[in-house]
Design a protein around this ligand. Structure first.
Ligand code: ZN
Length: 134
């Protein structure tokens, strides 16, 4: 894995949290994006070579809505950048990790993404992401 690409944080109100994180980080979010298939609206902040991704649910069936109901606001996942997501899936499955979606899906920021079940990673939802070829 190359680096921490971003840290995802579940929030109740994206506008309020955009203002809060702008104040915290000293920089404004540079984009917002809705991923309809996942039921989330996201915004991104650049922090050095990594990003902060804020996630708000767009409907009650959204995984973010379920997370917020269960755990409240807070760190939702850590995303690592990889160069060959298919090779990483194979490697991690062999090492005993539970890959939630074996076929990478298109996530926010035009990336191929795969998630590892937090039960296999000390309670932390792990995302692998790879830049999609344009
Ligand atoms: Zn993410």
């Amino acid at each position: 894995m190359e680096k921490i690409e971003h840290i995802g944080i579940a929030v109740q109100d994206l506008e309020q949290s955009n203002a809060l994180f702008a104040s915290l980080l000293g920089t404004k979010h540079y984009k917002t994006e809705t991923v309809a298939a996942e039921g989330v609206r996201t915004s991104f902040f650049q922090v050095g070579e990594s990003k902060i991704e804020l996630l708000e649910a767009t409907n009650s069936a959204s995984p973010i809505a379920k997370f917020l109901a269960k755990k409240g606001e807070g760190v939702h996942h850590i995303a690592f950048a990889v160069t060959d997501i298919y090779a990483e899936i194979t490697r991690l499955q062999k090492a005993g990790f539970t890959v939630l979606n074996e076929t990478p899906k298109v996530g926010a920021d035009n990336k191929l993404v795969v998630f590892l079940h937090p039960k296999s990673t000390n309670g932390v939802l792990i995302e692998l992401c790879q830049e999609k070829e344009k």
